[in-house]
Design a binder for this molecule. Sequence first.
Ligand code: CAA
Length: 285
Amino acid sequence: MSKAPPKTLAVVGAGAMGGQIAFQAALHGYDVHLVSRKPERLQTACTDNGELLRRRVEKGKLGAEECEAALARVQASTDLSHIGGCSVVLESVAEDREVKREVLQRISENADVDAIIGTNSSTLSSSLFEQDVRNPQRLLNVHFFNPPLVMQLVEVVRGEHTADATVEAAMRFVSDIGKTPVLVTKETYGFIANRILFIAMQEAFRLVQGGFVTVEDCDLAVRNGLGWPMGPFELADLVGLDVVEAILAEGHAQTGEDRWTPPAILSERVRRGDLGKKSGSGFRT
Ligand code: CAA
């Protein structure tokens, strides 16, 4: 019988996404290296996620021992050389092509050559970074949703040269950390969920920009009429207005279609530094 691979994961990038991905995997028995260049970001990720998990204990949703064991499984580090020996490495840094390129190069230099390298980008397909890694057969998108501790879906996206074994292992990994994987068999802008979500958001932006409805009423309509847990403006604040703008701009750049052009109502806020929840001000924050 073949031996199960060790449950070892590295997450590079400790923002809202990377931090929660690390703790989600730790809850499912993974030893996790959480890496960031910024020690203060690691500190925040450990503190915030510690609070989230301990709150689950208070609510009776998680055992106290299980919680403390999960917290102890996450090793925070500013040193990327520690990722050697991890069977899966997930990149979750800024949604910026050059930043991701540089980070993926450094990951590839430090990771085992047969480690799976997953990029958590929603819009930049892994094939764009093939030249940056030693083993493109082990590279693919593994795309989580915000907040990763809560949202069930993870999109696994096959790159042009991703090996079948890599796709299978990535699907298994996602299930193993308690999430539901869906496979996107060919790269396309926005994959599945974002492609649908961001068109809906664009319509919401147009309705408000055109003076047809207020931000508040638009959210109310979508919550109550469509049954979404959040309206598009609340959701944009949660995702980060800069991230929303970057996703749309990338859609426009990749497809040449005007429907993805970031609207003024969004770009003006980003220029002012109103980025949503993370900056303390946005559409609804
Ligand atoms: N991080 C972690 N956990 C959170 C959280 C956060 N930011 N916000 C809420 N939670 C947890 C709460 O602790 C609570 O946990 P328990 O059930 O264990 O107690 C649970 O979620 C429910 O929270 P609340 O009762 O406070 O609030 P809610 O019922 O309104 O749920 C929500 C909050 C889960 C965020 C819900 O509103 C929701 O599902 N919103 C939609 C989120 C969404 O669409 N995400 C996708 C964004 S697009 C994306 O991520 C793709 C991309 O590439 C940009």
